[in-house]
Design a binder for this molecule. Structure first.
Ligand SMILES: [Zn+2]
Ligand SMILES: [Zn+2]
Length: 260
């Protein structure tokens, strides 16, 4: 059985096909999924998915790319974190990929938002789901400063260097691989995956985006997460069942509220 540790089932392209997706998940042996929240406005939708289905859970947080949305306070996040089936804070982090005309100095609002999420994670005891893109130096710096070794979590949809992976592992974080691991151009990422200890690896789809080969370019769904596991098994020279089992156990260990 496989777990999709990061998907966006509340997004319209997936939400409208939920019964088909759940059937495909069952067929593919994907028995659980974590539905990720990206705005406070969206929370009710992801929470309804988690409340409505035994094998779905959700997070609470505001994605760094979302600008014209309600800004969360620590108290806002803690109130959501206290609700049933909320097992993580995020997704949060830094994304300097779409700076446009702005400089990194102009992105203080993102760093401040990230700090709020880390404080909520520490106060609630829930793990962080971290998104970092073109911003790994600042992501690690803010995380070190705010967490003081007291935060847990995962670097999701990992695409960074070996050095960043080592830093994340040193902070006690997990590393989650998506369908990008299967892309022809991702040789560097596969070499990173080869050294991340299996007991710190998670797998995800980040669906509806980033469908793994052989579905690249199509709408992704949690049913495709075994393709990520297959690639990870190949990179590590392990049996597929070993990777499926380990990533499922890691999911339970990190998001420990899923088992209570
Ligand atoms: Zn993300
Ligand atoms: Zn995401």
């Amino acid at each position: 059985m496989y777990v999709d540790s990061h998907c966006h089932l509340s997004f319209p392209e997936l939400a409208e096909k939920l019964p088909e997706i759940r059937a495909a998940m069952a067929e593919a042996g994907v028995d659980r999924a974590l539905c990720i929240c990206t705005t406070l406005e969206e929370f009710a939708l992801v929470h309804a998915l988690a409340l409505g289905h035994d094998n779905f859970w959700c997070s609470a947080g505001v994605h760094p790319d979302n600008e014209d949305v309600r800004e969360p306070s620590v108290e806002d996040l803690l109130a959501l974190a206290a609700k049933p089936k909320v097992v993580a804070i995020g997704e949060t982090g830094l994304d300097y990929f779409r700076l446009g005309e702005r400089s990194i100095a102009d992105m203080e609002w993102q760093r401040q938002r990230f700090r709020v999420h880390i404080r909520a994670a520490r106060a609630s005891g829930l793990p962080l789901v971290i998104h970092t893109r073109s911003a790994s130096v600042d992501t690690l710096a803010v995380l070190r400063e705010e967490s003081e070794g007291q935060a847990r979590g995962v670097f999701h949809c990992f695409t960074e260097t070996a050095e960043v992976a080592r830093a994340a592992l040193d902070l006690g974080f997990y590393i989650s691989f998506s369908g990008i691991l299967t892309f022809k151009t991702a040789a560097d990422l596969r070499s990173v995956a080869s050294f991340v200890p299996l007991d710190r690896c998670l797998i995800e789809t980040d669906s509806p985006y980033l469908a793994p080969v052989p579905y690249r370019g199509k709408v992704n769904s949690p049913a495709y997460v075994p393709w990520v596991a297959r690639q990870l098994a190949e990179v590590k020279g392990l049996a597929l069942e070993v990777v499926a089992e380990a990533t499922s156990r890691n999911f339970e260990r990190l998001f420990s509220r899923v088992t209570t």
